[in-house]
Each structure stands twice: as C-alpha cells, then as structure tokens.
Design a protein around this ligand. Structure first.
Ligand code: C2E
Ligand code: CA
Ligand code: CA
Length: 557
C-alpha cells in the first residue's frame, strides 16, 4: 500500500482517540501534521506547509506557543528526535504530560509517542495529542494542586516499580502548630499557606519527583535519594520558609519524617506509615526538624507491640505499683504532700518508669484504666493510713487528657473517694496544659465540678513550650507546678528572669507554686528566694513505694 494512504487510514482511526496527530518521518526528521480538532491542538493552516517541514521546527513552534513556560524545556527534551528514537527502541509507546496554554486557560495535555511501522527499522512514528485535563484535575488536590492521596499512592507505586535500579526516598512534611495558625490568623490564611506550599512543591514535580497531599497540612514527596538530600538540607528548608514569609504569609515551621531507600516491591502505604512514625517522634521536640525511620524505630515498634500485648495481664497480675514522691514546704522543709506516680514492676525488665510506657497507653487509651487504678489504689492507701491513725498529707494524682474526656469522670472520682471514705481535701488532681487543646468548655465544666466537691487542682508543667497565660484565669486552679525545663536550665540568667516573672504572676493570681526536680541545695535556695511555696525533687526524696512512704510520713509528720 502506498505510504500516504496508510497514513490517512491510521490517522483517521487515531483521530478518534486524539485531538491531533503528527506523523513524523524519522529519516528526514520531517513532520506531517494532521489535525482533527483545530481548537484543541494546532491550527491546521499554520502548521501545514513548508514552514514546518522539519520536526524540530514544528516541535519548537508548538512548545513555544502552546506549552506552559515551566513545562517547555522538559517537553522539548522528551519529545526531541534523539529521545524519541531511544525510548521507542525499547518500548512501543511512551508519553509526556504538560500544561497546555490556550486562550489564556491552562489545560493538562498529553503527547503520546508510538511506533506505527512494524518493521525493525524505525521509519515513522506517531505523536498523538490528547486533553487529559478532566483526569488530571481529579487526581489533583484542588487547593494545593499536588496529587491527591490516592493518586499519589498510585503514581509513587508505579515509579518505584518502573525504576527498580534507582534509590528512592519518601518524606512526609508537617507544618508545626497549623491548628493554632488557623485559629490565630484565620482559615483563609491557613489555606493560603497550604496553597503556597503546594504550588512550591508542585513546581518541583518531574517524572521522578512526585508530590501529594497526605492530608490536612501534611505533604508527601517521593524522589531520588540525591534529590531528597538536597530538598531536606537545612538551608533549603529555611529558604522555603523565608520565601513564603516574603510573599506576605506568616512564618511557619516545618518538620519532616523520612523513609530512605524504598524497595521496589514495598507498599507505598506502609512506607508512608513509617515516614509518619518518624515524623510523629519529633512532633513535640522543640528545635528538631527532621527524623529518619531506622532500626531504632523498628525496635520501638517492637517494644510498643510488646507493651500492648502484655499491659492488660500486667494490670490483672498487679504488676503496676503506685509510688509516692514527697512534697515539702520551701520555707520550713515540712512535709506537705505527695504525688502519686505509676511504676511497672516488670517480671523481666524490672522497675519500668512511665516514660517507657505512658506514651503507648496514651495512644491506645489504656491510660484511662491506669489513671483510675492509681486513684483507687491511692484512696485505698489513704483509708488504710487513716484507720491506722497515721497523720497523712494530701496526695496528687495525675489525669491524662483521655481520662478527662470520659463522660462520667467526675462521678467515678467522687464514688471512688466515697467508697474509701477519703475526704476531698486529701486528694489533688494534676492536669497538664496539653489537655486544654480540646473542648475547653467541657474541660472547664468538669474542673469546676471537681473543684466544687473540694478537690484541689494543680496545673502541671507550667512554663513549657505550650503555656498559655490566659489559661490561668480560665480554669479553676489552686496550685501551679513550674515546668522542669526551669530546673534543667538552672543558672541561666534569662531563664531565671522568666521563672521569677512566672512565679510573680502565679502568686498575683493567688495560686500556690511547686518547683519540681529540685536536686541540690543551691536549687532549693534559689527557688525559696524567688518565693516558691513547695518543693518536689530528689533533694528531699525520689518517688518511693507505698510502704516506704508510710514510714516517711511517720518520720516527718
Ligand atoms: P510528672 O507529673 O511531671 O512527674 C514528675 C516526674 O519527675 C516523675 O517522673 C519523677 O520521678 C521525676 N522527678 C521527681 N523529682 C526529680 C528530680 O529531682 N530529678 C529528676 N531528674 N526527676 C525527678 P516519672 O515518675 O518518671 O513520671 C514521668 C511522667 O509520667 C510524669 O511527669 C507524668 O506526666 C507521667 N505519669 C506518671 N504517673 C502517671 C499516672 O498515674 N497517670 C498519668 N496520666 N501520668 C503519669
Ligand atoms: Ca504530675
Ligand atoms: Ca511535672
């Protein structure tokens, strides 16, 4: 069959699938252009004829006039006759996607390259143009223009499967305190931050760099190891934040969790989970911006799993014990109280401190049972000490956020105390500021009820990164415990000024103050001089088991 006729026939059928088709003769590098819908690709009258007889000239003309600027060079390169020959020598077809500008509007388009001759020698190829705007837009997150989560999973999975010899890393980013940014600046500014970030990230997208919106204020990126090293350089992260600030948006901080060396057969979803684990591990660590998922995490997950599988049995077998740490009056040194602190007396690992398991319990909800267990055990002890005729001091019990969210919290607390005849003035409740982040109204309501029964309320860790001064007047309070960071940075003159101001403020509001972690005489003196009422720390005593505390009370009361 005559070549021209063949062309016509092929083109007719191709034109059903594509908005335009070019047939390129690779021998002469000339292009013949067929257009099925002049609106969508090339106006036929312009590109037919001698001016565009060369493929390169046709391609340049098309890209310069119709391809969005940021895609232009990439399209020219991928569609160049050299790359076309190279790619089609190993596969029957391939494609490139780009933004096409037409009448001031940009649409996603795709060029599909394929061989049309069956012969070994590649003489002619076909380039089909198609509008993929509908499909692409459904894949893109409308606010940020990066891939939606499912589209990201699909694209990333394809990327690693198609490039088994390349090393890819995956990163999830998170904007620090985005919720607060929304509250302070309004959600329109919050949206602008996300939009700006999305545009910044999507402009970096190539065939090997895929960006998606993981959810909320979190983005996910997969790219080569070298490229990831580059984007996560401190300088680059800073440049990103500064550029955003220069465009008039508030300053933000970003944290990253990174999973390196994604295996071609890995499930992207589980890789994301791991990058997320790394990210979460630094969520509350001030000043730490990135974390890599590594063997430590694997070990942590294993420990996490072991804790979860043994915690219920441990509670039944009474492996949890309540220790008491004495609190002394700063001015006189007399014993005035104690804090109940949980310990896990593990049959294999010995005495475990809360930092080894409390976080797991807070995540899986078991903390509610632990808090209740500590209350009940403490009430039992107080009853026993009373019946022995011992003089006792009020004991403070810790309550977590989840415990406070329980509907019947106040009733449980009251009925527990009543069951063991514990008068309300013998129990204090310690709450932390972090629990006030959620449903403040409900929290204030419950705290008022608790306060009205007669229990004293202590605010723990005041002066830490998350302190809000307004909170001091919002919730019913009796005692404020100063955060341990004051003690960690003991001797730092600036910190001492802040500490002194905190103490003055708290006193002004008529609350008592407690300093924790006081280990030495000089620390005690300083805090005493600053006007702190109560001291808790190794200087007086570490937390001790209940029988030892019983002896302690006998000795000091
Ligand atoms: P927290 O409430 O701030 O408790 C004070 C922590 O400081 C205790 O750690 C105590 O052992 C430690 N500490 C006391 N004096 C000193 C000192 O002089 N130097 C130093 N370096 N540390 C001192 P612990 O017992 O490991 O408890 C850690 C955290 O676990 C507690 O911090 C509290 O947030 C949580 N926790 C403990 N028991 C419970 C509980 O029953 N329920 C809940 N929800 N949380 C608990
Ligand atoms: Ca506490
Ligand atoms: Ca504390």
């Amino acid at each position: 069959m005559d070549k021209e006729k063949l062309n016509e026939k092929i083109v007719q059928s191709l034109c059903r699938e594509y908005q335009a088709v070019w047939i390129v003769n690779l021998d002469e590098y000339s292009a013949k252009v067929f257009v099925s819908n002049s609106e969508i690709v090339i106006p036929v009258n312009i590109c037919k004829g001698s001016a565009f007889s060369s493929y390169k000239a046709t391609l340049d003309w098309y890209t310069d006039n119709y391809v969005a600027e940021h895609d232009r060079e990439r399209v020219k390169e991928i569609a160049s006759s050299e790359v076309v020959c190279e790619k089609l020598s190993v596969s029957d077809s391939y494609s490139v996607e780009y933004k096409r500008i037409f009448n001031g509007k940009d649409n996603y388009n795709q060029m599909v390259f394929s061989r049309i001759d069956d012969t070994d020698k590649m003489e002619r190829i076909m380039i089909g143009f198609r509008d993929i705007d509908g499909i692409k837009r459904a894949e893109r997150d409308p606010l940020t223009n990066v891939y939606t989560r499912p589209a990201f999973f699909r694209k990333a999975q394809e990327l690693i499967a198609n490039n088994p010899d390349k090393q890819f890393d995956l990163m999830i980013s998170d904007i620090v305190d985005f919720k607060e940014i929304n509250e302070i600046y309004g959600s329109a500014i919050g949206d602008s931050i996300l939009k700006w970030s999305g545009e910044f990230l999507s402009s970096a997208m190539t065939d090997d760099v895929i960006v998606g919106r993981f959810g909320g204020d979190q983005f996910v990126v997969i790219c080569s190891h070298e490229h990831m090293k580059f984007i996560t350089l401190d300088d680059n992260a800073e440049a990103f934040v500064n550029q955003m600030k220069e465009s008039g948006l508030p300053k933000i901080n970003v944290k990253y969790g990174i999973y390196e060396n994604v295996k071609p057969t890995s499930s992207i979803m589980s890789v994301c989970d791991k990058a997320h684990v790394a990210l979460n591990s630094i969520k509350h660590q001030y000043g730490k911006t990135s974390a890599y998922y590594d063997d430590n995490f694997r070990r942590d997950i294993e420990i996490h799993r072991r804790i979860e599988s043994s915690m219920r049995q441990a509670l039944e077998e009474k492996q949890f014990m309540v220790y008491y740490q004495p609190k002394h009056k700063a001015s006189t040194g007399e014993l005035v109280g104690a804090e109940a602190l949980i310990r896990w007396i593990h049959p294999k690992h010995g005495i475990m401190r809360p930092d080894q398991f409390i976080e797991v319990f807070e995540k899986n909800g078991f903390i509610k049972e632990i808090d209740y267990y500590v209350w009940e055990r403490t009430c039992q002890n107080i009853q026993r000490w009373n019946e022995m005729g011992l003089k006792t001091v009020p004991v403070s019990v810790n309550a977590s956020k989840l415990t406070f969210e329980q509907e019947n919290l106040v009733e449980n607390l009251r009925s527990c105390a009543e069951r063991y005849n514990v008068p309300p003035d013998k129990l204090h409740i310690e709450i932390t500021e972090t629990m006030t982040v959620y449903d403040q109204e409900d929290l204030i309501y419950k705290l008022n009820e608790i306060h009205n029964i007669g229990y004293k309320i202590e605010l723990d860790d005041f002066g830490s990164g998350y302190s809000s001064i307004s909170l001091l007047t919002l919730i019913p309070l009796d005692i404020v415990k100063l955060d341990r960071t004051f003690m960690k940075q003991f001797g730092n003159p600036e910190k001492t000024k802040v500490l002194s101001a905190c103490i003055k403020l708290v006193k002004e509001l008529n609350y008592k103050t407690v300093s924790e972690d006081v280990e030495r005489q000089d620390q005690l003196n300083t805090h005493k001089n600053l006007g702190v009422d109560t001291i808790q720390g190794y200087y007086f005593s570490e937390p001790i088991p209940e029988d030892k505390f019983e002896e302690y009370m006998k000795k000091y009361l």
